[in-house]
Design a protein around this ligand. Structure first.
Ligand code: AQP
Length: 340
């Protein structure tokens, strides 16, 4: 079989299941912006179908989808250079998702740690959609034949599953149709932790607002949350090794490094020996300087929701030029009779 060459194409998405957090920004959006350019075609998505795998109030879902789109643009994603969509406007995602439900194996899905974390002790009562989430995520990616997916560390296992699904489809149907997508998990903040508990991921659905920095927080709120962030009594070390077994300290240093586009070693060379009383105001100042222009621009864009809707609807037309032929070809491979 001749090897297929795939166009370098980036796809990634974020759930409009709440407001954007600093974790989403540093782990995902900031890196979406970095990948926008001549090397890749870039498609970025508000994954509203994923969001309803847990209950979403309809008014909030629509608001959060527009706010997320505003966040993408405010952070530097240019709707002319990248395709910006909400998942439900491109029906091929869900259609390929069904095919992949029939490719993925129950045993694979049962190993997904995010499902176990999110379902907790309540596994019998959560939606079937939450369990099937990774198969739809594989479809989101592969319906574009995306070659690269920038994500935070927490999505690594889902990306491995995406490759397993692509490989099984290619093997079962004796084709070389879906690419082996590469996860792109890079930088100092691939896993931003809760400000209240260094062992937990910063998350938009954490019941404690103090656990996260929201992209829409004002300067005072950001400074207050950082000031109150859990830390330990020791001074900061001068080398990265000294952050071992100090999850809260490591988290704040990682955030500082990612916001200042420097490495952890560079940050520690600057702040090693300082107490948190001195470091936290530095971090707060940097966070406000980087985030305020983005939240200001988000507010400006949110004042014109019709314009956001136009961007998403235009994006979905561009997206479907890619997804419709890939879905049709998938159906042909599977043996689904098509229109004449
Ligand atoms: N804390 C984080 N650190 C680094 N990256 C993160 N991401 C999320 N949280 C962090 C990355 O953001 C992208 C989109 O994630 P998502 O919103 O689709 O789903 P999630 O990972 O489940 O995010 P949340 O905030 O925890 O949402 P809820 O609370 O609704 O479950 C992904 O690339 C993810 O890695």
């Amino acid at each position: 079989m001749t090897k297929t060459t795939f166009t370098p194409r980036v796809f990634s998405g974020i759930q409009p299941s709440g407001g954007l957090t600093l974790g989403n920004y540093l782990g995902a959006i900031k890196r979406f912006v970095d990948m926008q350019g001549p090397d890749f075609e870039t498609i970025y998505c508000m994954v509203d179908l994923h969001a309803i795998s847990t209950w979403q109030d309809p008014t909030d879902l629509a608001h959060n989808t527009r706010e997320l789109c505003a966040g993408f643009i405010a952070a530097g994603i240019d709707p002319e250079k990248s395709i910006l969509i909400n998942q439900s406007q491109v029906p091929e995602h869900a259609q390929l998702g069904w095919i992949f439900n029939c490719v993925a194996r129950m045993g694979w899905m049962q190993r997904m740690t995010q499902f176990k974390d999110k379902a907790g002790k309540n596994a019998q009562n959560v939606s079937l959609g939450l369990f099937g989430y990774p198969a739809l995520m594989a479809a989101d990616i592969l319906v574009y034949h995306a070659t690269h997916v920038p994500v935070g560390e927490d999505q690594k296992q889902h990306l491995e599953l995406t490759r397993d699904i692509a490989a099984k489809f290619n093997h079962d149907y004796k084709v070389d149709f879906f690419p082996m997508t590469e996860p792109v998990i890079e930088g100092a903040a691939t896993r931003v932790m809760s400000l209240r508990d260094g062992s937990k991921k910063m998350s938009k659905s954490d019941p404690s607002d103090a656990s996260r920095i929201n992209m829409t927080d004002d300067a005072d709120t950001i400074a207050k949350k950082i000031r109150k962030a859990k830390t330990d009594p020791d001074a900061l070390p001068s080398e990265a090794d000294g952050l071992k077994d100090r999850p809260e300290a490591r988290n704040l240093v990682n955030i500082y490094a990612a916001l200042s586009d420097s490495s952890v070693d560079q940050v520690l060379a600057e702040v090693g020996g300082k107490q948190f009383g001195a470091f936290k105001p530095m971090l707060a100042e940097l966070a406000v300087a980087k985030l305020s222009p983005i939240s200001g621009e988000m507010a400006r864009l949110m004042a014109e929701p019709d314009e956001i809707d136009r961007i998403l609807s235009k994006g979905s037309l561009r997206a479907r030029e890619i997804t419709a032929p890939i879905l049709r070809k998938t159906y042909d491979i599977v043996g689904m009779v098509g229109p004449v």
